[in-house]
Design a protein around this ligand. Structure first.
Ligand code: SD4
Length: 291
């Protein structure tokens, strides 16, 4: 029996994203709307300091946002290094639906967002500004596993029709170099969906995901017959094999397939995810590689 609809999201904040997504899914709505509305809750939440409003800035004190979205037809949209817009996921969706392009960056993405009626806002909260000022005293750039990396939201949904969509949105690594773009807005790295197969999302140190095109890899492994769980384990194994120093970083993957099977795996302990299925929303600890 196929488990559908279902929604799956990274980290603890995925719980609230799933609740919003479920509102769409339980009424027979489209997976695309579910993932957009789900991640928007987290973008607007100042307590999530890795996404949207309240996100931690780069080393120059500027909040820059990355997001991407994919629908069941294989259409994709993305924005990167976008400033002053609270809902980059919705700008990514407009890029997908209203332009002949997939990705808009920086000033061009902001220009497009404004033309589409999005309001500019200050996204740096007092709390994030204070932490950044504290950080500047040492300017010690060292990502801490599961801490400053935390809480990007990646979300996948399978709707009642059996269609799959995905979304990913983040302020990226805290105190990154200005202009640094991570995996999250890169189609195939931070997120990938193929409606005939399944979908995958990534969180953690984006550079490792980009070097292995992680989400595309997971979906392609499912295409070759692996279960979602085996596929995410293999994608982590690929990082272990190819990237020296991988032990210093956290990476987490989630995957779903058309049958509503799910997979989750991370490099280190500490990754968790929210799964909403059979009318039940649960926070689950992921299995992990480094035991
Ligand atoms: C990035 N992958 O910008 C993002 C960060 C992240 O949970 O996932 N944080 O590299």
């Amino acid at each position: 029996k196929i488990t559908k609809p279902l929604a799956i999201s990274t980290w603890k904040n995925g719980m609230q994203a799933n609740v919003a997504g479920w509102e769409v899914l339980k009424n027979g709505g489209r997976a695309l709307d579910a993932v957009e509305q789900g991640v928007m809750v987290v973008e607007a939440d100042p307590n999530d300091m890795s996404v949207g409003y309240g996100g931690r800035p780069d080393r120059d004190g500027i909040v820059t946002l990355d997001a991407c979205i994919m629908d069941e037809t294989g259409n994709a949209g993305s924005v990167c290094a976008l400033e002053n817009i609270k809902h980059p996921i919705s700008v990514a969706r407009r890029v997908m639906e209203k332009t002949p392009h997939v990705m808009l960056a920086g000033a061009g993405a902001l220009q497009f967002a404004k033309e589409e009626g999005f309001a500019e806002e200050i996204l740096l909260t007092e709390k994030a500004r204070k932490e950044w000022q504290e950080w500047r005293k040492t300017s010690d750039y060292k990502p801490v596993i599961n801490i400053e990396n935390h809480d990007t939201i990646g979300m996948l949904a399978l709707d009642q029709k059996g269609d799959i969509s995905g979304a990913c949105t983040t302020s990226g690594l805290a105190y990154k170099m200005h202009g640094r773009v991570g995996d999250s807005p890169i189609i195939g790295a931070g997120m990938y969906c193929d409606n005939e197969i399944g979908g995958a999302v990534a969180t953690g140190m984006g550079e490792l995901v980009m070097k292995t095109l992680g989400s595309f890899l997971v979906v392609e492994l499912m295409n070759q017959g692996l279960s979602p769980q085996k596929a995410v384990e293999e994608a982590i194994a690929r990082i272990v094999k190819k990237i020296p120093g991988y032990q210093d970083f956290q990476i987490g993957y989630l995957a779903i397939n058309k049958a509503g099977e799910v997979g989750a795996y991370s490099l280190h302990k500490g990754f968790n995810y929210a799964l909403y299925a059979n009318d039940n929303n649960q926070l689950i600890d992921s299995d992990y590689y480094l035991k």
